[in-house]
Write a protein that binds this ligand. Structure first.
Ligand code: NAD
Ligand code: LMR
Length: 332
């Protein structure tokens, strides 16, 4: 068995954490032979609830969990962590857009960025889940200047999983018979779910999804709007935001960072733009990436036609606006 690693989950008494902690504890992310010490952060009024979560972790009798540290203290929560799941924040309610959460949540990520900077390992991998995830991740990284910017990412994997499932359903295929569906841009209703570079395995042969669907207009209209609005649809039905699927996506995202992407495949995550695909630099924009040795690289050279270009521009513009608002909010 390897040495244990310290993993923090913020918002540990909340909905997403309730599913996520179990996935982490089972070994699904860091490996079935990797012991972990779970650092569980929430706010002081949630400490009693968190105590109940800790009781349940104990009662699961999980061999890989060699320590649990429930706390409301940032200096304890982030001490020596190698992986951080930044979930803790307010979820949106029916009728809100995710960016409406900026004023409620961005300062959490400023403060926790500062704490990561002070207390975490310098090679910590930070995944921001709390909304608006892209801009929270940007601000979190700005307030943690001693940690490489590349170590921060925001989650668009839930959107990718939704898009992959939608394509698989449309084609009557299993989920792993569809690959390389990409989410571009913001985790918001301006995101661009792109299946034009995706492939589907039909009768054992991989072919472009567009070809498999006979270039159906569905790929440009209903598919795009369904994925863009899926979070709102879940809230309308469940009266709470997605949690099980969000936890699964967070686990998928960190697992890919830890173990890399499979040959011939890539995944979507929001990372600091370097100007690839004409996207403005210094925003957290979701790109297709490959990962090896815990380092991501933006996939280059995918074709972007006029339709896709206009979609990329809309979502980039929204992220620039969010960044401006976030910078102003963090100056207060
Ligand atoms: P929840 O309300 O069930 O849980 C959030 C938890 O965070 C609560 O226990 C709360 O006390 C805690 N919290 C609040 N402020 C905190 C702080 N400063 N430090 C530590 N903990 C704090 O919400 P949830 O359903 O778990 O969702 C959490 C966030 O994830 C929301 O912002 C939601 O919109 C977002 N989300 C993102 C995605 C994505 O795809 N990126 C998907 C689903 C949900
Ligand atoms: C989701 O995509 O389900 C989450 O971001 C929650 C939300 O507000 O949509």
């Amino acid at each position: 068995m390897s040495e244990p690693i310290r993993v923090v989950v913020t918002g540990a008494a909340g909905q997403i954490a309730y599913s996520l902690i179990y996935m982490l504890s089972r070994g699904e992310v860091f490996g079935y032979d990797q012991p972990i010490i779970l650092h569980l952060l929430d706010i002081p009024p949630m400490m009693e609830v968190l105590e109940g979560v800790v009781m349940e972790i104990t009662d699961c009798a999980l061999p890989l969990v060699v320590g649990v540290v429930p706390t409301a203290d940032l200096s304890v929560a982030f001490k020596d962590v190698e992986a951080a799941f930044m979930v803790g924040s307010m979820p949106r309610k029916k009728g809100m857009e995710r960016k409406d959460l900026l004023s409620a949540n961005v300062k959490i990520f400023k403060e926790q960025g500062e704490a990561l900077d002070k207390y975490a390992k310098k090679d910590v991998k930070v995944l921001v889940v709390g909304n608006p995830a892209n801009t929270n991740a940007l601000m979190c990284s700005k307030f943690a200047p001693s940690i490489p910017k590349e170590n921060f990412s925001a989650m668009t994997r839930l959107d990718q999983n939704r898009a992959q499932a939608a394509v698989a359903n449309r084609l009557g295929l299993r989920i792993n018979q569809v690959r390389n569906v990409t989410i571009w841009g913001n985790h918001s209703s301006t995101q661009f779910p792109d299946a034009f570079h995706a492939s589907a395995q039909i009768n054992g042969i991989w072919k472009p999804v567009a070809e498999a669907l006979n270039n159906s207009p569905w790929l440009k209209d209903e598919f795009v709007t369904t994925v863009q609005n899926r979070g709102a649809a879940v809230i309308a039905a469940r009266k709470m935001s997605s949690a099980m699927s969000a936890a699964k996506a967070a686990a998928d995202h960190m697992k890919d960072i830890w173990h890399g992407t499979a040959p011939g495949t890539y995944t979507s995550m929001a990372v600091l733009s370097d100007g690839s695909y004409g996207v403005p630099a210094d925003i957290m924009f979701s790109f297709p990436v490959t990962i090896a040795n815990k380092q991501w690289k933006i996939v280059q050279g995918l074709s972007v036609d006029d339709f896709s270009r206009s979609k990329l521009d809309v979502t980039a513009k929204e992220l620039l606006e969010e960044k401006q608002d976030a910078v102003a909010l963090c100056q207060d």
